[in-house]
Design a protein around this ligand. Structure first.
Ligand code: XUL
Ligand code: MN
Length: 343
């Protein structure tokens, strides 16, 4: 049976277009507006940061946080949607200016752990066991400011506290090699899966691949997918596109390089991604110039492109490809792929 894919995005993917050089070109939309948009687009699930579910989370009591999370859960259910994951947003607070779990300030490290435990409580209410950890500021702007060895110990100790707090949750690490940091401590899927083995429950530590992050690390996202899925550790996926080694662009899926996108879809197919309930999420943003009336097109287009590439993957002449591989005629194989993509 061919895999049927389920699709997802997060409220931050309907973004206002702010960049460091000028004001946002679009005014923010409410959570309810975004939820309605997601429903109308026919997506299946929403990704959350803890404060997407409970805004201004640091000013609220645990009781209030749970009450607001319950309201969000009800809104989701009423819209026929589910929560795909919750991620602690550990990079906005003044307490995480120098990193979260690896901050040089012990009080700030404690803040990061407390906030992560609250995030787990929110995930339980929203009905997901996946906690995504994008380790935004776990790294350095200058190498001498932190010890890499101590930072790995601190990361493992933080993960252990989360795993100990709830026996069901799974931690999905989302590696990224740089931005906002010069160098991050968990830059690739290999790093994420190696660190998993230092924790108290390696079975519950896996990963999320984001296409753009893999490209920023100089890797092919399709190889990262194959690698993670060889360990059964790909629990979520952020598809998007990235034009070379620049800032993290989060372009619509397929936008920068159709062949790289095609190979990601092929890797998902051969590994039966989704058969354990995983979603295909698009961590994409509108182009900065996007007008309000076109605000959702990057999400719809990413899914459209994914589905077109799925057809391309399923109709690829595997027999011919195999024969060319046996004959070591990679020039003809290259052309076979190009002609197939050109249609
Ligand atoms: C940052 C990024 C985040 C994570 C979730 O580059 O991709 O949006 O996906 O925290
Ligand atoms: Mn992402």
């Amino acid at each position: 049976m061919p895999q049927k894919y389920k699709f997802c995005f997060g409220p931050w993917n309907i973004s206002e277009g702010a960049d460091p050089y000028g004001p946002p070109p679009r005014a923010p939309k409410t959570f309810d507006w975004k939820l309605e948009a997601m429903k109308n687009l026919g997506f299946d699930a929403m990704m959350f940061h803890d404060d997407d579910a409970v805004p201004d989370i640091d000013t609220k009591s645990p009781k209030q946080i749970l009450a607001e999370a319950k309201e969000v859960k009800k809104k989701l259910s009423d819209a026929g949607l589910v929560a795909e994951m919750v991620a602690p947003r550990l990079w906005f607070s003044p307490n995480t200016i120098d990193g979260a779990y690896t901050s040089n300030n012990p009080a700030h490290r404690q803040y990061a752990i407390d906030r992560s435990l609250r995030c787990i409580e929110i995930a339980k209410v929203l009905g997901t066991d996946v906690i995504v950890l994008w380790l935004a500021r776990e790294g350095t702007y200058m190498r001498e400011s932190k010890s890499g060895r101590q930072s790995i110990d601190l990361l493992v100790s933080a993960f252990d506290k989360m795993l100990g707090a709830d026996k069901k949750i799974r931690l999905a690490i989302e590696p990224k090699p740089n931005e906002p940091m010069d160098h991050a401590y968990i830059p690739t899927i290999g790093h994420a899966l190696a660190v998993a083995h230092l924790t108290r429950d390696p079975k519950r530590v896996g990963c999320v691949i984001e296409s753009a992050h893999a490209i920023l690390a100089g890797l092919d996202p399709a190889d990262e997918i194959d690698f993670a899925m060889s360990f059964n550790k790909l629990w979520s996926l952020h598809l998007n596109a990235q034009n070379g080694l620049k800032f993290d662009q989060d372009k619509p899926f397929g936008s920068a390089n159709l062949r790289v996108a095609f190979n990601q879809v092929r890797a998902l197919e051969r590994n039966h991604y989704g058969s354990d309930g995983q979603f295909v999420c698009f961590d994409v943003h509108p182009f900065r110039t996007t007008k309000e009336e076109h605000w959702l097109a990057h999400l719809d287009n990413s899914r459209k492109t994914f589905l077109r590439l799925l057809e391309k993957s399923r109709s690829f002449d595997e027999k011919r490809a195999k024969a060319l591989i046996s004959d070591r005629d990679y020039q003809a194989l290259d052309q076979l792929v190009i002609e197939h993509l050109l249609g």
